[in-house]
Design a protein around this ligand. Sequence first.
Ligand code: BES
Ligand code: MN
Ligand code: ZN
Length: 492
Amino acid sequence: MKVEFVSAAGAAEILVVLVHEGRKLAGTGAGHDKAASGSLVKAMAASRFTGRSDSTLTVASPVGVDAGSIVLSGLGEADKVDDAAVETAAGTAYHAVKLSGSAALTFDATALSPEQAARAGFAVRLAAYRFDKYRTKQKPEKIPSLEMIRIITTDVKAAQAAFAPMSAVADGVLFARDLVAEPANVLYPVEFARRVKALESLGLEVEILGEAQLKKLGMRTLLAVGQGSRRDSQVAIMKWNGGKKGDQPIAFVGKGVTFDTGGISLKQPEGMEDMKWDMGGAAAVSGLMHALAGRKAKVNAVGVIGLVENMPDGDAQRPGDVVISMSGQSVEVINTDAEGRLVLADCLWYTQERFKPKFMIDLATLTGAIIVSLGMDYAGVFSNSDEVANPILAAGTKVGENFWRLPLPPQYEKHIDSPIADVKNMGNGRAGASITAALFLQRFVNETPWAHLDIAATAWVNKSTRATVPDGAVGFGVRALDRMVADTYEAG
Ligand code: BES
Ligand code: MN
Ligand code: ZN
């Protein structure tokens, strides 16, 4: 999707005009209505369209206006136009006309600030995402025709300047979505690492560790997960040095299970195909690093992702195996399907030992139980530090990614004590299973401020209710963490 900012536009195939709740035409909307001999006001009066957020009304071929059609898009209450309202108005307008046959959309953002005009362009980039590279027989009328949006704004320079960093964030989200959507026969650990290595073109430093190096480092719990797979396990390390030289970095760690069969504790077939997106945490970390580099964030950041495939095989690890993690703690593997925590245990330990970060945040599609606890619209937050958790919650609210904090109760520690080893990889059956998973991770965190984000519910969406998030891969976490970094670690 091409995004352009202009101070005025001539003839338009499709013109989007914003409307506040109460059928109030925003910005130069009244002028368009006048030119169209009042047909916009008439069309609204004859319909249920009120300017409510997330609704549109299309007025075809209005006489007197140089536009094939005018799409009225709701901004909601005039005194409550926040980022979400702008994104929704732009995203819904896009969806209303994407199949119209027109290639270009003119969007009247004169009622908005230049920053909000930029946000409209950002929203349309996110809304227009599709993953259809494997569809060879789409009906032409089902393929979006819209290729570019021309945004009319009161200050072109300011809108362009505001758009550049937003567009970099969109690039990061789209990169993450592509990784998440890719099937596991195409995206296995080495291929994932290859795609991440290519981010060096953005100015990131990327190191890829193969199995020999991981063995040397002692990442045995990570390697144990991948040992049943024909595909080699990998760890990718991305570094962005946009901050002061020598400044302690902030760190992000991602679970990258490119496919999770459950291993010897094999999953049931129904829904197993979903486990291609069991690398959503690693995708979010990669998308975030893409975004930080793309907008040249003034911060030092590292991203560490553990890439493995969890398969049943003659070489696969068994329930009951005891494995010594990189930290030196022994782990009894009760259930080979609780593999994400084994991957993260070594990645978290490695990250804090090597980088001594200010804090580390891990993202993982870790437990089905988080879906039971919070439903499909919330990611769980577990943290040993309010200073890390609170900015994540705040940033999530700003960008429309929902987080809810859950406890790390010391009295549940006993559920992951093992009779034979230091810790076991499963808790008390289904009771508090997301919490015992988080407590397991915490055993591999020293004094480092840390947060764990369980994104099993939110990495993928089947029936999206948000205009900027098409069905499928969400890229969940990229926006919230980018915003958290910007608001908390670049502000000064
Ligand atoms: N990748 C899954 C978690 C998951 C399940 C994500 C459903 C998205 C949708 C994870 O590796 C897993 O299998 N967890 C088990 C843990 C259990 C064996 C302790 C689970 O949640 O059932
Ligand atoms: Mn699993
Ligand atoms: Zn998994």
